[in-house]
Design a protein around this ligand. Structure first.
Ligand SMILES: Nc1ncnc2c1ncn2[C@@H]1O[C@H](COP(=O)(O)OP(=O)(O)O)[C@@H](O)[C@H]1O
Ligand SMILES: [Mg+2]
Length: 202
């Protein structure tokens, strides 16, 4: 095998072989082995389903195969720029354009009741001006406005922390496009309550 490890995350190992990414959910020795096996199998299955659904709606890596027995998903390698590392390098005009694309993608996913679950710029790759969303590992299907609001809330927190210089402008651009989603007004109202709750928790 010539594949190389490109990331060893908490839950998965990411391998690259030529232009194929393999996401392999690894064993957790602190869990009872049968339970661990079941959890990894279910998460692989859930991510596969979401990738299939999302592929009809936004740009994501093409899935090549999924094997829940060995807890692996093979997909196309998006050889582009990860936004967590590159967003701040562009001029503000381009940053805003990218944020419009982020908002557009989220509006489409939410309109189809797909909650991404981990909307950070580490899970977004720009390739030839096309924006790809990756990592549906924490995603789920829900029509609840609250779940959609929490999805946005996590993104807002992530942008604030990671792209602090212009974060307010950037989030504003995301929301501008998100408003295309027919129920966005209700979700944005919910977002206010989610944020208040967040403050009281501290
Ligand atoms: N299809 C892909 N194309 C390019 N890079 C990828 C792809 N899938 C994963 N990666 C890289 O591996 C990292 C971790 O993958 P991800 O699916 O986000 O797993 P985790 O659940 O560990 O965050 C990503 O941040 C990205 O750098
Ligand atoms: Mg990730």
């Amino acid at each position: 095998m010539t594949s190389k490890i490109i990331q060893q995350g908490a839950e998965a190992l990411i391998l690259l072989d030529k232009n194929i990414i393999t996401k392999k959910r690894i064993e957790k020795s602190y869990r009872i082995s049968e339970l661990d096996d079941k959890i990894r199998k279910l998460r692989t299955r859930s991510e596969t389903k979401l990738l299939e659904k999302a592929s009809k709606i936004v740009s994501i890596p093409k899935m090549i195969k999924s094997n829940e027995k060995i807890k692996e998903i093979d997909m196309e390698f998006i050889d582009g720029k990860k936004l967590s590392e590159h967003l701040d390098k562009y001029d503000l005009k381009k940053q805003k354009e990218i944020c419009n694309k982020i908002g557009d993608n989220i509006s489409k996913l939410h309109d189809s009741d797909i909650i991404h679950g981990d909307l950070t710029t580490s899970n977004m790759i720009l390739k030839e001006d096309k924006l790809y969303f990756i990592d549906f590992g924490l995603g789920f299907i829900s029509s609840k406005y609250e779940d959609k609001a929490v999805d946005l809330h996590l993104l807002k927190k992530a942008i604030e922390a990671k792209h602090s210089r212009n974060w307010e402008i950037l989030f504003e651009e995301i929301i501008k496009e998100y408003k295309k989603y027919k129920d966005s007004r209700i979700v944005l109202e919910k977002l206010k309550t989610v944020e208040k709750r967040g403050r009281y928790k501290k």
